[in-house]
Design a protein around this ligand. Structure first.
Ligand code: S3P
Length: 170
């Protein structure tokens, strides 16, 4: 199995860590949101507005299934992708899945400043954001926790997380 797949809630650091990890492993990095935006010629917010969330979830499912399972790569998937279309089963069948697990409070701090391009949270006040994150994580944890490895990363800096993942990869 040649893929390393990072899953977790919005703001978990999947893209930042994924990019660094791919660089240090000298393999390509793929970000599902970014690829969908490039392929569709629209931002995620525009896609939610024009085609709607269900169609976006189908694009996500198609996208991961269009990647070559024999090519080594690090893949950061959108925060909702694990929840739909049996995507966790597919990803677990083709790669080492890692859940970057954070406390809701930590995610809210990160998302508060960076929520405007994320349609599910762009209109929420900080108080509502905490409620939304707490509730969504509760619902999504059943899916996220199907990952082969769960890394609780709240107190850890990126270099430490990267080293932990590299150690796991051996
Ligand atoms: C979503 C997460 C986003 C993006 C979309 C929906 C979600 O990805 O796919 O806004 O449902 O959690 P990131 O986790 O990369 O922000």
């Amino acid at each position: 199995m040649k893929w390393v797949v990072l899953v977790g809630f919005m703001g978990a650091g999947k893209s930042t860590i994924g990019k660094e990890l791919a660089k240090s492993l000298k393999i390509p990095f793929v970000d599902s949101d970014q690829l969908i935006e490039e392929q569709q010629g629209k931002s995620i917010s525009e896609l939610f507005e024009t085609i709607g969330e269900d169609a976006f979830r189908k694009l996500e499912a198609q996208l991961i299934r269009s990647l070559n399972v024999d090519d080594p790569m690090v893949i950061a998937v959108g925060g909702g992708l694990p929840v739909y279309h049996n995507n966790m089963e597919f990803l677990n069948g083709n790669g080492l899945t890692i859940y970057l697990n954070h406390e809701p409070e930590v995610l809210v701090e990160r998302l508060a400043a960076d929520r405007f391009h994320r349609p599910l949270v762009s209109n929420l006040s900080k108080v509502d954001l905490l409620k939304f994150v707490q509730q969504s994580i509760q619902e999504r944890n059943a899916f996220y926790k199907k990952a082969k490895i769960i890394l609780s990363t709240d107190q850890q800096h990126i270099p430490f997380i990267l080293q932990s993942i590299r150690n796991l990869l051996g």
